[in-house]
Every structure is written in structure tokens, then in C-alpha cells.
Design a protein around this ligand. Structure first.
Ligand SMILES: [Cu+2]
Length: 145
């Protein structure tokens, strides 16, 4: 093998291409469900795909999207993956795409640090720590009469 190519393989860490920013999860309780949110920054010139999320204290983990169910109702449903286009950022946030942590085996209290593994087709496995926070309510979501 060409020595330069060998060095490139050794020193190119694929996870440098994907960076996870501002991971957090909503505080919740044992037996309940909560949401996990973060930004995916793709510095690669190729798209990458998030296809699996692991969180040991959850009995079940799904990637969800939110959709307009009509009559001012929002629904959510499972998606099998999220594609992040080359040189772009994809944000998971309340009211949009999110990771659903279901059948929690533990309470998720304030300042809890959840160890989560994200699996990308190109970048491989990326471990993150998501801090538990209360959802900050948006003014526009409040009822006004
Ligand atoms: Cu959901």
C-alpha cells in the first residue's frame, strides 16, 4: 500500500466530519417518555445518515418527525433515518424532528447527564452526553383569550 494513503487512513478520524452540538433531553420520570434534541453539523462533502440511537435507560428509542395532522393538530411518527446533506446542519428540536426515549427505566431529573450513542452511516458511532433540562415554553404556544 502507498505509504501516504496508509497515513491518511490512520489519521483521518471520520467523526471529525460530523459534530453534535447542544445535546439535551427533557426532564421526565421512570416509565414515561421524553425527547432528545441536538444539532448535527456535517462538515463532509458527502451526506451522512443518522440511522440508530442508543440510550441504555430507555426500553425503546425511536427517531420521530412531527407533521401537520390537520385541524391545528400536530402528530408525530417514526422515521427510520435522518439524512444530513453535505456541508449543512440539521437541528432536532421540539415540534420538529426529535429522538423519542420511551419506557424510561429511571427518572430524568434536572442536570442528569444521559450517555447516548448515535450511529451514522459514514461517521460511525458517536457518543454524546445530553444534559436534562426543562422545556422552555415559547410564548407563541401559550393560550391567549
Ligand atoms: Cu416523538
Amino acid at each position: 500500500m502507498n505509504i501516504l494513503l496508509a497515513l491518511l487512513i490512520i489519521f483521518s478520524n471520520p467523526s471529525d466530519k460530523i459534530k453534535i452540538k447542544e445535546p439535551w433531553m427533557r426532564i421526565s420520570a421512570k416509565g414515561q417518555t421524553t425527547g432528545l434534541y441536538f444539532k448535527i453539523e456535517n462538515y463532509s462533502d458527502k451526506p451522512d445518515t443518522l440511522y440508530k440511537v442508543e440510550f441504555e435507560p430507555a426500553g425503546k428509542v425511536e427517531i420521530h418527525e412531527t407533521y401537520d395532522a390537520g385541524n391545528d393538530m400536530m402528530g408525530m411518527r417514526e422515521v427510520k433515518f435522518i439524512v444530513v446533506p453535505a456541508k449543512s446542519t440539521f437541528e432536532l428540536k421540539p415540534g420538529a424532528h426529535h429522538v423519542m426515549l420511551m419506557k424510561l427505566k429511571t427518572d430524568i431529573t434536572r442536570d442528569y447527564q444521559g450517555e447516548v450513542s448515535l450511529y451514522f452511516k459514514q461517521a460511525g458511532k458517536i457518543d454524546i452526553k445530553a444534559e436534562a433540562k426543562e422545556m422552555t415554553k415559547k410564548k407563541t404556544m401559550e393560550h391567549k383569550h
